[in-house]
Structure formats: structure tokens, C-alpha cells
Design a protein around this ligand. Structure first.
Ligand code: ASP
Ligand code: MG
Length: 456
């Protein structure tokens, strides 16, 4: 069995759905299918929850969601059935929206998860009809009936044991989905959605469909997990920055995991953890160009270059703390980290010398750099050391193999970059990466230079 996940852009229009459905019809082994909401929908639903939102804007968003799905329905051969499904869903969505004003029995976060689930509900209802159009025998199942979670609405934690037990039970009573299954039979379900012990709908956090798909793949013992997206695999670097960047044929779990933590928006780090544990090869491919083979993530790729891929994370903040107290004194770093932890600041890279320590903070997700490094944190640190903060830096990660055992790699790297000011270097903590900071304005040129000399 192959578990295939189609992301928002792969189901974002009738053409996209039809292309994705053809991919499924093409290989009868792809009989467990997980999809996201159509692209844009989750963002629009979230926007509807965020205040202040005026009535007109809310109506406009609803109209957009409704139009997107009705438009797909109108092009489907099962137009009548698909339209009815969308209309019913939209009706329930409206009823749910009006409930917020009238009842406060449901907690806000629970209400939001219920609202977001309409995105996945709409896309799966429609996609089921598009699959039927291709003569596939579709069984649509609600993901909340499989994925058991705790009640942390918005980023629920999955109860693996309970989830696996449900899936195994389902398989044992649905022979059609086993390895000896009936060709043409497809199980379709939502990504991102779960349910708590009381059966209340939860969501797994943004981008959680990959994680759902990996869970299904592990529980079902799939021979491969396919992630269908709008790019033809994992690239040697962002092709918008380096036009000669190309899709990688094979990459190891370790390298891909490293890449996902350095912001190479391929797969969520939690997803990588699951597939690596279960040793399930992953294929990342484009539903727009399914004939290209995409990238395979496997345990032992045939080729293991020292430098495989380059990634960049913008909006990094560098904080440098100096103190003579640090010289042969125990507890200095512990003090620094406990202050940062009290203020819920997460540190990415750290380097230390005798009397100073430099740390990087990822401020990309914050509206303003200043929010994270509040006056209070700076004051607390200033009490026992000098603090210097630099904004607008970029973190460049060079990802590959045996980097901590390859002699000369850092010499080669930094001589290539002799014209740039490198702010902080982390080398040796991981076999799979060397990373450093540069000015944000230099980041593109640095990546172009590195790509040309190491990857070509
Ligand atoms: N639809 C959800 C989101 O946009 C889940 C996903 O696409 O993975 O975050
Ligand atoms: Mg998505």
C-alpha cells in the first residue's frame, strides 16, 4: 500500500483535483489518500476568527470560499452531487459561525478547530466526486474517526497507541484496503484533523496534513509515503535564488530532517521523525508534473555528497553577551538560558568563547524583532553582562554528509566566501550541517556562490 498526500495546491482547482485524481487512478497501490484543504481556505477561515474583522470582510471571505468550491463542483461530471455536498457544507459552516455569537459553551479554541475542519471537509467531499469521475470506488472516512488526540485544540498531540489500534481495527474489518485489496478502491480522508476522547474535533497545527499522512503510513505499514505538492521534489536550493538549482534524486532521512528544521519548507520536522522511525521511504513530487520522479527520502541514498543542499532562513537576530564573570565561573550560561527560558525565547545556534556567548533567535515569525527581545529580558541580562543585539541577519545552512569528518570542508567553504562577513559559525555539532550567519542583504549572493562551487 502507498499512502499519498495531496497538498492544498494539488486540490486547489478543478484542474488540480483532476490531475491528482489521475495520479491516483494510475497506480492501484495508491489506495490510501490524504488531502489538505484547497489552497487559501485554511488561511481564510483563520482570518475569519481573527478580530477585528468587519462584517463586509467576513462576508467576502465566505463568498470566496463558497465560490472556490462551487466552481470546482460545477466542472465535475457529478456536478449535481458535488454541488449539493458543497452547499450542505457551506450551510453547516454558516450555522457554526452564528453559534459563536449565541453560545459560549464551546471554548474559543475548540470553536476555531471546528471551523478550520470545514476546509478539509469541503475539499474531501469534492475530491471524492472527482475520484468517482475517474471510475474509482471511493470510501470517504472522517479523519477524526482514526486520529485520536488530546484536547489541546489548535495543536493537538496524537495518541499513537489509540490511533494505531483504530486503524488496525478498520483494516481488519475492511479487507478492501489490505495488500490484497480490490483494484480501484480508494480510501479518502482528511489531513490535519483529529478528535479527542470525547469525539470533539481537534487540529494538529498548521501544515499538519503531512504529519497525518505519515501517521497513516506508519500504522498501515505502507511501503511508501508520497507527498504531492507544487514543486518537483526537494531542491539543491531555492530555484528562485539560484536558477541552476535542481531537484535531488535521493536524500537521506538525516539530511531531510536537518533541512526541515532549517526552514526548507519540505516536510514538517515532526513528520520526518515519524517516517524515519518507521523507515518508510518518502517521495516528494509535483502533481503538476507527475512524470518527473521527484525526490526520494530514504535511509541509505546511493550517493552521499558532502554538500547536498543549501537553505536560508531570513530575519535572524544575533545576541552577544560579554562578561568577565564567565571566565572560569560556573553557572554563567545556566543563568543566561534560564532568563531566556523564563521569557519563552527559543535559541537556535550558540557559540561561546572564554568571556562571551553568541546566540541566534529566529524572529521571522514575529511581527517585529523588538517584540521578542522585550525590555524586560534585556534588563535581566544587562544585570550581569553586556548585551549586544544585531538584527537583519540570515542563517545559511549547508546540509550534507559526514561534514564533521571531512577534512578541509570548512576551509573550502570559507575561502569561497572570503568576500563576505561571516558572523557566527556552527560546525561539528551535527554530521549533516555547517551553518553560519551573514547579513540578510548578502544571503542570496552567498548561496549563489556556494551553489556554484559545491553543487554546480
Ligand atoms: N490545511 C491545513 C493548513 O493549511 C493543513 C495542511 O495543509 O497541511 O495548515
Ligand atoms: Mg498545506
Amino acid at each position: 500500500m502507498i499512502v499519498s498526500k495531496f497538498g492544498g495546491t494539488s486540490v486547489g482547482s478543478y484542474e488540480a483535483m483532476s490531475r491528482s485524481a489521475n495520479i491516483i487512478a494510475d497506480n492501484p497501490q495508491r489506495n490510501w489518500v490524504v488531502i489538505s484543504a484547497t489552497s487559501g481556505t485554511t488561511n481564510e477561515l483563520l482570518r475569519m476568527c481573527s478580530l477585528p474583522l468587519n462584517m463586509d470582510e467576513g462576508d467576502g471571505l465566505l463568498e470566496q470560499i463558497s465560490r472556490r468550491h462551487l466552481d470546482i463542483a460545477s466542472q465535475c461530471s457529478f456536478k449535481k452531487e458535488a454541488t449539493k455536498a458543497v452547499e450542505e457544507c457551506m450551510c453547516n459552516l454558516l450555522a457554526h459561525l452564528s453559534k459563536q455569537q449565541t453560545s459560549n459553551k464551546q471554548s474559543e479554541t475548540e470553536w476555531i478547530d471546528n471551523l478550520l475542519a470545514f476546509g478539509e471537509n469541503l475539499s474531501t467531499q469534492l475530491f471524492a466526486w472527482v475520484l468517482r469521475e475517474k471510475n474509482l470506488d471511493v470510501q470517504l472516512e472522517w479523519a477524526g474517526d482514526f486520529i485520536c488526540t488530546d484536547s489541546r485544540f489548535g495543536s493537538a498531540e496524537v495518541d499513537l497507541e489509540a490511533t494505531f489500534a483504530k486503524l488496525w481495527h478498520f483494516l481488519s474489518s475492511n479487507e478492501g484496503f489490505r495488500s490484497d485489496h480490490k483494484p480501484g478502491k480508494v480510501l479518502l480522508t482528511q489531513g490535519f484533523i483529529g478528535a479527542d476522547v470525547e469525539g470533539r474535533t481537534t487540529t494538529l497545527g498548521r501544515g499538519g496534513s503531512d504529519y497525518s499522512a505519515a501517521l497513516f503510513a506508519e500504522a498501515l505499514g505502507a511501503e511508501c509515503l508520497e507527498i504531492w505538492t507544487d514543486v518537483a521534489g526537494i531542491y539543491t536550493t531555492d530555484p528562485r535564488v539560484v536558477p541552476t538549482a535542481h531537484a535531488i534524486d535521493e536524500i537521506s532521512f538525516d539530511e531531510a530532517a536537518e533541512l526541515s528544521t532549517f526552514g526548507g519548507k519540505v516536510l514538517h520536522p515532526a513528520t520526518m521523525k515519524l517516517v524515519r522511525r518507521a523507515n518508510i521511504p518518502v517521495r516528494v513530487a509535483s502533481s503538476m508534473e507527475p512524470e518527473l520522479s521527484g525526490t526520494k527520502i530514504v535511509t541509505g541514498p546511493l550517493n552521499r555528497p558532502v554538500v547536498r543542499t543549501l537553505s536560508v532562513r531570513q530575519e535572524q537576530t544575533l545576541m552577544t553577551l560579554h562578561s568577565l564573570e564567565m571566565l572560569h565561573q560556573p553557572g554563567f550560561l545556566a543563568k543566561v538560558f534560564s532568563i531566556l527560558s523564563e521569557h519563552r525565547i527559543s535559541v537556535d545556534l550558540v557559540t561561546t568563547s572564554e568571556v562571551s556567548v553568541s546566540l541566534t533567535l529566529d524572529t521571522a515569525h514575529k511581527a517585529s524583532n523588538k517584540v521578542e527581545l522585550s525590555e524586560a529580558v534585556l534588563r535581566a541580562l544587562n544585570d550581569f553582562c553586556d548585551v549586544e543585539v544585531e538584527y537583519n541577519l540570515a542563517l545559511v545552512a549547508v546540509i550534507g554528509n559526514a561534514m564533521n569528518q571531512t577534512s578541509g570542508i570548512s576551509g573550502q567553504l570559507f575561502s569561497t566566501l572570503k568576500d563576505y562577513n561571516i558572523r557566527l559559525v556552527c560546525h561539528g555539532a551535527s554530521a549533516n550541517n555547517v551553518c553560519f550567519l551573514v547579513q540578510e542583504s548578502d544571503a542570496e549572493a552567498v548561496v549563489q556562490t556556494l551553489h556554484q562551487s559545491f553543487i554546480g
